[in-house]
Design a binder for this molecule. Structure first.
Ligand code: ATP
Length: 334
């Protein structure tokens, strides 16, 4: 049996018409293709990262998925529901967290905000109690419940927001930059919680983030959008290879020596005392390089560094002449 397509996006477009000044009095109409025909499916229970540079079309996509915006073209179904037509029915099945804005009531203590959420969604008592207890425990909310939201730190508020989005036990959670501005400990807590929710409740998660650690720790699948088009849909490893990533072999020699030469497939990119850095293609094994170096140089220690994913994504964005013209998938990469 094939997995249920909980999120089903087929050729979806969003075109905004904006008026721009042209000269002192004249204004001309101008079209912005924020989302330019994207297709993807997300099966139930998956955690997917949806990433891209500023203005790529991420928020516009999420707004269409939640029914806030109506697509200009294409077909969209969330759990079989057309978001634009049945936004209220869909609202019971999704939770949304925007890292930069709170959905909590600023002047109310956290627990009163939750009470309002419970009433708004008409969450049955037993369901509410169970979820509330679990969220409070995992997110350490106990000491915060009587504090007005405006007095919470950013990390505390974010934990409060995530709990609020989950109290009605949604099947799908959209998270927009959930760790933005948080300190290391709060980030770790939020990530751990999301992992638990996904594992325990099978909640499907679509995560937009600029934090690559979020992706590495939470998502096996990554979708990259650029200029409104999906330019990559696959695993993190495949993304590194698709972006023509390089790994780095870091070797410690017995003493300071001139840059290592004559190792096929590798080039020395940095030398600092007895330590040298050699770049080689991400898809290749480091073993032959290590053997070649060990044969001719006094090797003491070594390690292999994965490509910096940020760099890889930047390369992917740069693409060919600005952007790749088709979606790369993990299958395209060696
Ligand atoms: N309501 C709107 N009217 C006109 N243009 C819009 C509107 N909303 C978004 N856009 C444009 O659509 C494009 C995509 O914007 P969107 O906010 O979806 O990008 P994003 O990937 O979420 O960016 P960021 O990472 O900065 O949040 C941008 O060029 C933006 O200026």
């Amino acid at each position: 049996m094939t997995a249920e397509r909980l999120i089903d996006v087929d050729g979806v477009e969003k075109v905004f018409t904006v008026r721009r000044k042209a000269g002192r009095l004249r204004r001309v109409r101008h079209e912005v293709r924020a989302v330019d025909g994207i297709t993807f499916q997300v099966p139930r229970g998956e955690m997917v990262a949806y990433i891209g540079p500023n203005g790529a079309g991420k928020s516009t996509t999420v707004k269409m998925l939640t029914g806030i915006l109506v697509p200009s073209g294409g077909r969209l179904r969330i759990a079989g529901i057309d978001p634009a037509r049945e936004r209220t029915r869909l609202a019971r099945r999704i939770g949304v967290v925007f890292g930069q804005r709170t959905t909590l009531w600023w002047d109310l203590p956290l627990k009163d905000s939750y009470e309002l959420v419970r009433r708004m969604y008409r969450v049955p008592d037993a369901v509410y109690r169970a979820h509330f207890a679990r969220c409070a425990e995992l997110l350490d909310l106990g000491p915060l419940l009587d504090v007005p939201v405006r007095q919470l730190s950013l990390g505390q508020r974010m934990r409060g927001d995530i709990a609020a989005a989950l109290l009605h036990d949604p099947e799908i959670l959209y998270l927009d930059e959930p760790t933005i501005g948080l300190d290391v400990i709060s980030k770790a807590k939020v990530r751990e919680f999301l992992r638990e929710v996904n594992a325990e409740r099978g909640t499907t998660v679509l995560l937009t983030t600029h934090d690559l650690t979020d992706i590495e720790q939470l998502c096996r699948r990554v979708m990259v959008i650029d200029h409104g088009r999906l330019v990559y849909d696959g695993g993190l490893d495949g993304l590194r290879a698709a972006g023509d990533g390089e790994r780095t072999l870091v070797v410690d020699l017995e003493r300071e020596l001139p840059p290592i030469e004559g190792v096929p497939g590798a080039r020395t990119v940095k030398v600092e005392g007895p330590r040298q850095w050699l770049a080689f293609p991400a898809g290749r094994s480091a073993a032959p390089l290590v053997a070649a170096i060990a044969e001719r140089y006094p090797l003491v220690d070594l390690s292999v560094r994965e490509p910096d994913i940020e760099e890889v994504i930047a390369k992917l964005y740069a693409g060919d002449g600005g952007r790749p013209d088709r979606t790369a998938t993990a299958a395209d990469t060696p």
